[in-house]
Design a protein around this ligand. Structure first.
Ligand code: 5RP
Length: 235
């Protein structure tokens, strides 16, 4: 287990490198989570130091609040239209740059923003890099109406893919269901290894009560992996 201070240094290294990808005049997507938060801090420093003119769309209320407090311009995605670049964190990154996201329950907006951008770049520490996706429980956002029926459908899809008896766990905090920014629920799928991510993504997307799953396939074009010594590795 890597200690938290080492992970913080790694996140900072990744964030500093990602800030260098930002150009004056860009329309930028801002991610959610602790690494994205460090990125927003570093971004605001550069914007103020260089007097940059940026307009940002946020993937969550939390990031929008942070960015506005730091003096960044945050607008609705629909008012900005297409974005030049989105920088976000990830829960897992595989060698093909496929991701699991949604640890912060924001993957729906994160996917909308990332896929409305010319380019999505992930910032992460080395602990997020995996050979095969699935160790991190896969978040699936579901509509509250009939969510238990939706869970049954999800479990059937898993069974069809040979992932039988994998529980879909309702995400809770302080004994209450976690609600997303869209007031939906999150089911976390304990899968261990996802051998056919495309088939799983198709199966989950075919279920009526599923709003969005946390598999980001062919969306990310670069992952900047920070190291505690301040260096980065690009995938
Ligand atoms: C939120 C996300 C985050 O990007 C992901 O959970 C990584 O977060 P962190 O940088 O805190 O590890 O997908 O929905």
């Amino acid at each position: 287990m890597t200690d938290p201070a080492t992970i913080d240094l790694s996140k900072d290294a990744a964030a500093r490198a990602a800030v260098q990808l930002v150009e004056n005049g860009m329309k930028l997507g801002l991610g959610t989570g602790s690494t994205a938060k460090v990125f927003v801090d570093r971004l605001a420093e550069r914007v103020h130091a260089e007097g940059m003119d940026l307009r940002c769309a946020s993937t969550s209320k939390a990031t929008a609040d942070q960015a506005r407090e730091l003096g960044l311009v945050v607008m609705e995605l629909d008012d900005l239209g297409w974005l030049d670049l989105t920088i976000d964190g990830a829960d897992e990154v595989d060698p093909d740059l496929n991701l699991i996201k949604g640890g912060g329950a924001a993957h729906l907006r994160e996917k909308i923003v990332a896929t409305a951008s010319d380019r999505m770049v992930v910032v992460a520490d080395q602990g997020k890099v995996v050979d095969c996706l699935g160790k991190f429980k896969l978040p699936v956002e579901v509509i509250p109406f009939g969510w238990q029926s939706t869970r049954t459908h999800i479990e059937r899809v898993l069974e069809e893919l040979g992932m039988a008896e994998r529980p879909a766990i309702l995400r809770e905090r302080d004994g209450k269901p976690v609600l997303t920014d869209e007031s939906n629920l999150i089911l976390d799928l304990a899968l261990e290894q996802i051998h056919d991510a495309r088939a799983l993504a198709r199966g989950l997307s075919s279920i009526a009560g599923v709003v969005e799953h946390g598999l980001f396939l062919n969306i990310c074009s670069l992952a900047i992996i920070g190291c505690p010594d301040g260096s980065v590795v690009e995938l």
